[in-house]
Write a protein that binds this ligand. Structure first.
Ligand code: SF4
Length: 385
């Protein structure tokens, strides 16, 4: 699995703590050069067969079509020149924002083999969009979604709930409009007040009233019920898919598959215990991998990323956290084989009260969160750690 981080956005959304720089600093040809140079340097971290490429960000859809073609052609040749193979049925996903969707860009994505588009709708309400600093309108999102659905057979839509001032009627309308467009996959996220974001500053200054926890939980139950009754599988806490349309890439993260992430702030994992993280330093990244003519690459001999070797205890905790997010849950035999029967015994002791209270279910040698457990997933999971 290959992840490519595109670190530019038109404007920072008020709630966002992802790493991205403003469009005004975007130097697309140089970014593409840097990404391809990093890929060439780290191609050995990819397996012989690559079955997923995910372009995330930031806002990958902002990339001009010519640069996008150059990037994807370079990725394909780096893979094949290294003796590796991009699977025929590889899932190639791009994250897009509605304001970038036009015929020329969609044609470019299609020609480059993109076969899955994940569009950030968040809500169709103009008032709520403005409140969280999104740059598109509800009508613009609907139009972009229709355009994408007309060209791509696998489309995912993101919604945010718990928006300040969002009522149940608006929430239902958002889901209905997304369903009417026929998206195969839906991701839903609670609005988070992350440290250092403009949204958190507004809340702290009393200029914005956050939605209370009870309403947020009720909204999540409504979303889930609507999506389930429309035939979507609730396969991960935040993700719902029509049968056959689960995200291969994200499922890989939750099941502990190895991945290589390139670009500033991108993370990688070897599938065992080694994690690598590129610093969130756009200019350092460009200087390292695409020095301006005449300049020398900074620290050309050292790795740009930092490394972290996970202890057995950290791997155990990650296994519990990631697998309980999914509808498959935690496989107990694998857990015992990897961490020992004593660790399993301890886990089951901690799980017992939650099983008795109906927040966890044990069946087929697995434990999974029940719908009640999902509502307080963080608390249940922390108890198991
Ligand atoms: S477009 Fe996405 S990555 Fe960019 S600021 Fe908004 S939420 Fe963050």
């Amino acid at each position: 699995m290959l992840y490519i981080h595109i670190p530019y956005c038109r404007r920072k959304c008020l709630y966002c703590d992802f790493f991205s720089g403003g469009a005004s600093v975007a130097d697309w040809p140089r970014l593409v050069r840097a990404l391809l140079a990093e890929l060439a340097a780290r191609i050995g971290e990819l397996p012989p067969r690559i079955d997923s490429i995910y372009l995330g960000g930031g806002t990958p859809s902002m990339m001009p079509p010519a640069d996008f073609r150059h990037l994807m052609a370079g990725v394909r040749s780096a893979i094949s020149n290294s003796g590796r193979r991009l699977a025929e049925d590889a899932e190639i996903t791009i994250e897009v924002n509605p304001e970038d969707v036009d015929d020329e860009r969609m044609q470019g994505w299609e020609e480059c083999g993109v076969n899955r588009v994940s569009i950030g709708i968040q809500t169709f309400s103009d008032t709520l969009l403005r409140r969280i600093g999104r740059t598109h309108t509800g009508a613009g999102a609907a139009e972009a979604l229709a355009g994408i659905r007309a060209r791509f057979a696998n489309v995912s839509g993101d919604l945010i709930f718990g928006l300040p001032g969002q009522d149940e009627a608006q929430l239902r309308l958002d889901v209905e409009r997304l369903l009417a467009a026929g998206t195969q996959h839906v991701s839903v996220y609670t609005l988070m007040y992350e440290e250092g974001t403009a949204l958190t500053a507004l809340r702290d200054a009393g200029r914005l009233q956050p939605t209370d926890d009870e309403t947020v939980a009720a909204q999540y139950s409504i979303l889930t019920a609507m999506l389930r009754s429309a035939g979507y599988e609730h396969y991960e806490i935040s993700n719902y898919a029509r049968p056959g349309y689960r995200s291969r890439h994200n499922s890989g993260y939750w099941s502990g598959r190895p991945y290589l992430g390139i670009g500033p702030s991108a993370h990688s994992y070897d599938g065992h215990s080694l994690r690598r993280a590129n610093p969130a330093d756009l200019f350092g990244y460009l200087a390292r991998f695409a020095p301006e003519s005449g300049a020398t690459a900074s620290s050309p001999d050292g790795a740009f990323y930092t490394e972290e070797r996970l202890s057995a205890e950290e791997r155990r905790e990650e296994r519990v956290m990631l697998s309980l997010r999914t509808s498959e849950g935690l496989a107990l035999a694998d857990y015992a084989a990897d961490f020992g029967p004593e660790a399993l015994g301890e886990l089951m002791r901690q799980a017992a009260p939650h099983i008795a209270a109906g927040r966890l279910r044990r069946a087929d040698d697995r434990i999974t969160l029940t719908p009640d457990g999902i509502l307080i997933a963080d608390r249940v999971i922390v108890d198991l750690l």
